[in-house]
Design a binder for this molecule. Sequence first.
Ligand SMILES: *Cc1c(COP(=O)(O)O)cnc(C)c1O
Length: 411
Amino acid sequence: MNDFTTRAVHGAGLVPGESSVPLRPPVYETVAFAFDSAQSIADAFAGRRPQHSYSRISNPTVAELERRVQELSGGLGVLALSSGMAAISTLILTLAESGANLVASRFLFGNTVSLFTRTLAPWGLETRLVDMTRPEQVAAAIDGNTRAVFLESISNPQLEVADLAAIAAVSRAARVPLILDNTAPTFYLCPARNFGVDIELLSSTKYLSGGGTSVGGLIIDHGLFDWATSPRLAKGAAAYGPFALLATLRREVNRNLGACLAPQAAAAQILGLETLALRIERSSATALALAEFLQAQPQVQATGYPGLSEHPGHALADKQFGGRYGGILTFDLESQAACFACIDRLRLIKRATNINDNKSLAIHPASTIFGEFSPEEQAVMEIRPGTIRISVGLEAPEDLMADLKQALVNP
Ligand SMILES: *Cc1c(COP(=O)(O)O)cnc(C)c1O
């Protein structure tokens, strides 16, 4: 081994089991993993031995994130993916097929609406949009071709809170899995499994990434659904039992679609997870103070925040999120022009999309996240031209109030 390049490529070789233990999980920035024999690589490919082989399928740093999320969420198992949208699209492509339908909330994240009604519709998947505050509408929309019921724990930007246990009772009676996008409160505030949610999804880009560091998504199977009754997963259930969904995702659908999380992003998100509770507590308390402050401003026509006692979902939010309501609030001014002027005057709060960054962010949803939808479509989704959304960060409440006060001053 005297050749320069041969030595440069192989080095001295990593020494496994060295005595120094790193306190931060190492970033396994590698595509493939070496095996000690042809038989052991064959065993890994056949699933007879759980071993990392290729980082599109699994990676030790990503697995560490998955393990920590599994412990904290109480799930049966977790798959981390490259984005929240990857988590949603990969999950739906695993559960549904052409000719099937989804029963989904009429209030969904803009890109999720677009995924269901624009990207997946031409492949033969129908989406039936319902009012999730009326479980009887959900029950009426479900039929023999329904593959999932889908909603968000706090819809954004409408901030609707539905009764998760009531929706879970409807979907369980119909033997259809209930999917909850739990991005806004996360499993720290909202223990989805306790309310009967079968599959929890998160955009880990938001609170989990620890301050807008990295894009990522999570699928958590809570182990409550019998996959033997699922048309797409019955075969997987015969082979993997309760792990049918997770195994089919990892060993087939996500392996084939390839939306894997990068190990560097997983390391950032592990670090973010360690301060998740502190940041949610802080931004939730500040958001409540800001919502009360905005209510008292003469230019503000309406303030939306589940922590306000007059919010229609307040009692449910109390029950489901333990008296903290997350970092997103909205307020309405008289027009889009008034919103633009207010946003343009902000000095501390950043003009940016994204939510749950450490920095507070402001956006006008109708002209951005929902800009691809017509005014009529926006009206159905209750996206109003006069609404500003604020994602509350970790700054001192009085600094944020001062910034909003000066931005609201001159109409
Ligand atoms: C941001 C977001 C998504 C999409 O997540 P990405 O990580 O941006 O792909 C999905 N659902 C909700 C509720 C979100 O806020």
